[in-house]
Design a binder for this molecule. Structure first.
Ligand code: URA
Length: 227
């Protein structure tokens, strides 16, 4: 029996520093809900609901820097100049299949966003990302893309998905996940240093099969109840 593994404490002296483009969203509600998700006995229906709720909270953080502009409106009492979101429109890019779990919650907060999909699977031996599907909005080059995948493990799929979004002409890209491994953060940062990563947690390490430890297991299987 192993001693329980704690998620990485990025401030610990022994831990390698995380890329400066890493934002750990450590809101207490997110941390609480993530703990419930991690439990192996949490059933798929609860897991999905928790992921949706956390995704809404992550949406709040990833859009914090959206510019505002003032427009004139009329309240029941008088005219006023009131702020509305301005700047580039958004495109949410879901990395299939587990990205769909985050997409649902994000769309609740950002209903006007366009949606793209990148289908990638991990070669079980090399752990390299293999693409099998790609559909992005035609105007993605004029939007800010937020690429979604719950687990930033090796970073290979994340880097490949971001490369596709860049190849489509998009220059403003963020990445949102639930749990990142230090290895994945490093790989993504080396490939795309311009991409900021928003994550609820940075865990200890990857195991020999490329799974994040302690992690949540296979995110797709836990969302869809497959296995
Ligand atoms: N993908 C998952 O679903 N879980 C991991 O731990 C790593 C990659």
């Amino acid at each position: 029996m192993h001693a329980p593994t704690a998620p990485t404490d990025a401030s610990a002296e022994t831990a390698a520093p995380l890329p400066s483009t890493t934002v750990i969203v450590d809101h207490p509600l997110i941390q609480h809900k993530l703990t419930l998700m991690r439990r192996s006995r949490t059933p798929a229906n609860e897991f999905r609901l928790l992921l949706r709720e956390i995704s809404m909270l992550l949406a709040y953080e990833v859009t914090r820097d959206m510019p505002l502009e003032l427009i004139e409106i009329e309240t029941p009492l008088e005219k006023m100049m009131a702020p509305v979101v301005a700047g580039k429109k958004l495109c949410l890019v879901s990395v299939l299949r587990a990205g769909g779990g985050i997409l649902e919650g994000m769309l609740e907060i950002l209903p006007a966003a366009r949606v793209g999909h990148v289908g990638l699977y991990r070669d079980p031996v090399s752990l390299a990302a293999v693409e099998y599907y790609l559909k992005l909005p035609r105007d993605i080059s004029e939007r800010t893309a937020i690429v979604l995948d719950p687990m930033l493990a090796t970073g290979n799929s994340a880097a490949a998905a971001v490369s596709e979004v860049k190849a489509a002409g998009c220059q403003s890209i963020k990445f949102v996940c639930l749990i990142a491994a230090p290895e994945g953060l490093k790989t993504l940062h080396e490939a795309h240093p311009d991409v900021t990563v928003y994550t609820a947690a940075v865990d200890s390490h990857l195991n020999d099969h490329g799974y994040i430890v302690p992690g949540i297991g296979d995110a797709g299987d836990r969302i869809f109840g497959t296995k």
